[in-house]
Design a protein around this ligand. Structure first.
Ligand code: C2O
Ligand code: CU
Ligand code: CU
Length: 576
């Protein structure tokens, strides 16, 4: 009797376990005026169980924002979370002030109003929180949304583009839940897989070519996408837009933060069921999601095992093929965009970024990790880049786990991986690139359009646990316009800071106009905060004044010089 009951309970559980749920398709906002509300909510990932969530204009996820190249966006984001956060436009080429990085905090109860022109190519981008040390918490609780950018080049192609009909956004994520069905973050027991917040997701697709905009929105996990039966699909776009021609694939690894636009031809398959899979058994060790997360089987990652998703092949989404739509696309186009990658010979500057573990031995996968020997410091600008520089960045991963390296502001091209050209699926525009352990890879990009002396952009690992650690795997760069604006005025005004940059203890302000007098000066940090203000004693007033800088830590500053003719602002760099 008891065992009969147990058996029927088990059958019931397995039926529930395998029941398929139509995935949520986020609503769209197609307007240059966008109102977003960040809010707390509850959502039932598991039938009958309330989970506390965070979302945008709803309990979780957020509306898909549809933008056109050239649009002037005016976005109001009201923070109703009761705590600080930020919203970052991942992949969009916007100014640092509009980028929504850790410096652009939206206080609870306030509204942030980024305004920017859409300079991006047609593609799939996304938005998510980026508060220092809290990105994973806020993203895992549910805040993330798609951005679809359209342009005339894409519009001229014979591609599926009817949202929710033959063009679908798929945010693929794993999450970790505690025994009360509440979301945990920055842990390694992410055993629950979901697509657009739907567990055991199912999607009706018409019997024609269907476009999937796939985002790996997981905190840490890499997927190795494929179709059941090893059917071929076509990659048409990467992080920053369309490829020049579709790439036929049976497998596509996708790291956290990265996107892929793929076409699947379901023509003639009406009535059939197929699955989008992750063939994680084929991931090489050293990827989060493989059998062993490090390069060596003895390397452990707390909570990683047992996890049914690690090193296993599993279903991500069930496709049920239904009737064709009215004017279906039934073939894969032969060519797509006309994108010309930056030439290696155009580089103005080469920089190297080393990834090293801060913990040794078998524990090193548990973190933390440094970039060029240092970890995230809000008060340190790690790199200053002249506007319009084309740069080659060499990424060297000296740790035992792969890190998805993400750069704000730009799209880049992968030049080579251990000296060899990248595979076809990595030859497009990228903003997030998985650097395997023990690997040296080079990327090339150009820093154009946006300069800001004070607000930095970020570069970081997009495994959110690595990014969010107190010793965070993240750094900051500013793009500076050395030829325009302030400097011209400064030169005309004839003020000099000497020496600049300085490693020494004192610098001098020298006014060329000998009859102009220095009355006071302020030192302002890159956040615009006044560090010191000093009024010059009457009998020291002249056109020259020297003051101490040995207490300033390394970084970029502004020196404001108050003269009897006005205020002169000079940039100053302190080196140690
Ligand atoms: Cu998707 Cu700096 O982030
Ligand atoms: Cu980003
Ligand atoms: Cu990392």
């Amino acid at each position: 009797m008891k065992s009969k009951l147990l058996t029927s309970v088990m059958i019931l559980v397995s039926i529930i376990g395998f029941s398929q749920n139509p995935i949520i398709i986020p609503s769209t906002i197609e307007s240059t005026n966008v109102n977003l509300s960040l809010q707390n909510g509850t959502f039932q990932f598991f039938p009958g169980e309330d989970t506390a969530t965070m979302g945008v204009n709803g309990p979780l996820l957020g509306p898909t924002l549809i933008m056109n190249n050239g649009d002037n966006m005016n976005i109001n984001i009201t923070n109703n979370l009761g705590q600080e956060t930020t919203i970052h436009w991942h992949g969009l080429h916007v100014s640092a002030a509009n980028d929504g990085g850790p410096h652009t905090v939206i206080d609870p109860g306030t509204t942030w109003n980024p305004q920017f022109e859409v300079l991006d190519k047609a593609g799939t981008y996304w938005y998510h929180p980026h508060l220092l040390n809290h990105t994973d918490e806020h993203a895992s609780k549910g805040i993330s949304g798609f951005i679809i950018v359209k342009d005339t080049e894409e519009a001229a192609l014979n591609l599926p583009r009817t949202y929710g009909v033959d063009d679908f956004p798929l945010a693929v994520q794993t999450k970790a839940f505690d025994t009360n069905y509440q979301i945990k973050h920055s842990v390694n027991d992410d055993t629950t897989l979901m697509v657009n917040a739907t567990i055991n997701g199912q999607l009706d697709v018409p019997a024609q070519v269907v476009r999937l905009r796939v985002l790996n929105g997981s905190s840490q996990r890499t997927f190795n996408f494929g179709l059941t039966g090893n059917n071929t699909f076509h990659l048409i776009g990467t992080d920053g837009g369309l490829l020049n021609a579709p790439v036929a694939l049976t497998r596509l690894p996708l790291s956290p933060g990265a996107r892929a636009e793929i076409l699947i031809n379901f023509t003639g398959l009406q009535g059939q069921t197929l699955h989008l899979m992750s063939y994680a058994s084929e991931l090489t060790n050293g990827n989060y999601g493989a059998t062993v997360p490090g390069v060596s089987p003895t390397q452990v990652l707390d909570g990683y095992n047992p996890n049914p998703l690690n090193g296993a092949d599993f279903n991500i989404l069930q496709f049920d093929v239904v009737a064709q739509t009215a004017s279906p696309i039934t073939s894969i186009p032969a060519s797509l965009a006309n994108d010309v990658p930056l030439a290696e010979s155009s580089s103005d500057e080469a920089r190297t970024f080393t990834f090293t573990p801060l913990t040794g031995g078998s524990e090193q996968l548990n973190g933390d990790f440094a970039i060029n020997g240092v970890t995230m410091d809000m008060n340190t600008i790690n790199i200053t880049i002249p506007l319009n520089n084309t740069e080659i960045w060499t990424l060297q991963n000296f740790s035992s786990i792969a890190h998805p390296f993400h750069v704000h502001d730009v799209q880049f091209y992968v030049l080579d991986i251990n000296g060899s050209p990248p595979p076809a699926y990595l030859q497009g525009r990228k903003d997030t690139f998985m650097v395997p352990p023990g690997t040296t890879a080079r990327i090339i990009t150009k820093f154009e359009d946006h300069a800001d002396d004070t607000i930095p952009y970020m570069y970081h690992c997009h495994m959110l646990k690595h990014e969010d650690a107190l010793a965070g795997m993240m750094g900051q760069f500013v793009v500076v316009d050395e030829t325009a604006g302030l400097d011209d005025q400064e030169i005309n005004k004839g003020a000099l800071l000497y020496p600049n940059p300085s490693k020494g203890s004192y610098i001098s302000i020298i006014l060329n106009n000998k009859s102009e007098r220095i009355l006071a000066y302020s030192v302002v940090n890159h956040l615009g905060q006044i560090i010191s203000h000093h009024k010059i004693h009457e009998n020291e007033i002249s056109n020259i004044y020297s003051f101490p800088v040995f207490e300033l830590s390394q970084g970029q500053y502004f020196v404001k010089v108050f003269t009897d003719n006005g205020i002169i602002t000079k940039k100053f760099t302190k080196n140690n």
